[in-house]
Design a protein around this ligand. Sequence first.
Ligand code: G3I
Length: 375
Amino acid sequence: MQGRGRGFRDQRMTFTLPRRGVLAGVAAAALLKPFGAGADSDAQTTPSLARIAARGGRYYGAAARFDQIEAERGLGPALARECAQLTPEIHMKWDAIEWHAGQHSFEQADGLVRFAREHGLKVRGHTLLWDQSTPAWAKSKILAGDWSPIRRHFETMLGRYGDVEEWDVVNEPIDTVGGKGGLRRNCFHRGLGAGYVARALREARSLAPTARLLVNDYGFDYDNPVEEARRRRFVKLLADLKAEGAPLDGVGVQAHLDLSKGPLKPEILEPFFAKIADLGLYAVISELDVKEHDLAAPLAERDRRVADQVQQYLDIALAQPNVRGVVTWGLSDRHSWLSEAGADPINRGLPYDAGLARKPMYWAMRDSFLRAHDG
Ligand code: G3I
């Protein structure tokens, strides 16, 4: 879908590579991939995740920040190598763009878009409406029932970033614990009512007629009552939106996995994806990462647990034809939102370690793509 248009030679290489099991991957990583920049010496000769994903018509991408790309020499090349797509982790959020009403800061978002363009990568728009990233001045207007800041914000973003093909229009609308009727009591819901999701989609469609419009949310992955309620409410929201003709094309399933939440179950996840497909919607695994449970365990064991979890998740998700892409929430552990500043050790829930060497999660992802696409 979002291939990077590289040459035949690389594609052929993809086809001839032997498969590698996760355990083999772990062993190989332990033997060949000590920490530290430059340790990943076969980076130039192994097909990228983007290329392997593209074999099944899917894309692989990562969340990224332009300031980090500029600050860290190896990060840009690694992103450019592995990804077909970048999601701005922060820069396109409303508070990053317009902290003060009418004063726009586009530098970081523009920088990331420029970097993506220079390397032939797509950009996912993240995110037009999210309570947590709505600036205070806009929140107070919205709470008073004023839609006009939203209209202006959409005009700004969809106008300036008109070549973005896929947008998370509404982020995290579900809250079955503290919400109302299962919808989060955010400033949009409180000021404008439950219809804000459909209205936001219509507004986005009027300004971006050809973009793919998504609702993005988390907490759908595990077998527990809270997540079961969240899955049910999410699917109902999607069904309601479709029934009223709202222009919804797909969903982002964030998949912030968590090793403390128990095993992943196909009998839970498969029907969830199937219900989304039945509504004519595609899905993107939009923010994949893994929160570790036991950072004191031996390193190889920690990496194995993370890799196993990711492999289990992707084996299920990639068996669903309507899952079109996988995005990890960052590429390297060094930049993960799960890695607290100054923490030692840090969480290891992304495909590259803090020294920008690929680790078992990387090989697990690669294996899952290969399994899904080669049958
Ligand atoms: O830039 C300021 C800096 O000037 C200041 O000194 C510092 C002090 O805290 O804050 C910095 O801003 C922070 C920003 O990240 C950059 O580091 C914000 O406080 C912090 O809230 C922001 O966190 C991001 C968060 O979204 C809110 O935008 C995380 O990096 C990002 O990973 C996270 O991503 C979200 C997705 O958008 C939606 N799904 C959940 C996911 C994880 O929370």
